[in-house]
Design a protein around this ligand. Structure first.
Ligand code: SF4
Length: 103
């Protein structure tokens, strides 16, 4: 029986959104997180095999994940020169130990 109770490495659910109006196809994100891919409009999208779900509209594309790679997504968001990527922990998983909210 395996019992994964290590709080720091438990997979957490989170959503990553690309604002397709802001995205300009620079693809700095792909270098940081290979789950980002170029879509048929030349903008950033997500590898559907890597995500739980991918939902795309004209304005944005959102993928949800349940793994321990949120830091890669955050690196991609930080690397985006147009600030087009948002990373949001799933509701209920928002409280991260050791993280101080300043707002
Ligand atoms: S780095 Fe930002 S602007 Fe460039 S493709 Fe990725 S999301 Fe779009």
């Amino acid at each position: 029986m395996s019992d994964a109770t290590t709080a720091t490495s438990d997979p957490v659910g989170y959503a990553v959104t690309v604002d397709r109006d802001a995205c300009d196809g620079v693809f700095a994100c792909l270098v940081r997180d290979p789950r980002f891919v170029e879509d048929d409009d030349g903008l950033a999208g997500f590898d559907p095999d890597a995500a739980e779900t991918v939902e795309r509209t004209d304005e944005r594309v959102t993928a949800t994940f349940a793994d321990d790679r949120i830091e890669e997504a955050r690196q991609a968001a930080a690397a985006c020169p147009l600030d087009a990527i948002a990373v949001a922990p799933a509701e209920g998983d928002g409280e991260e130990e050791g993280e101080v909210k300043t707002e």
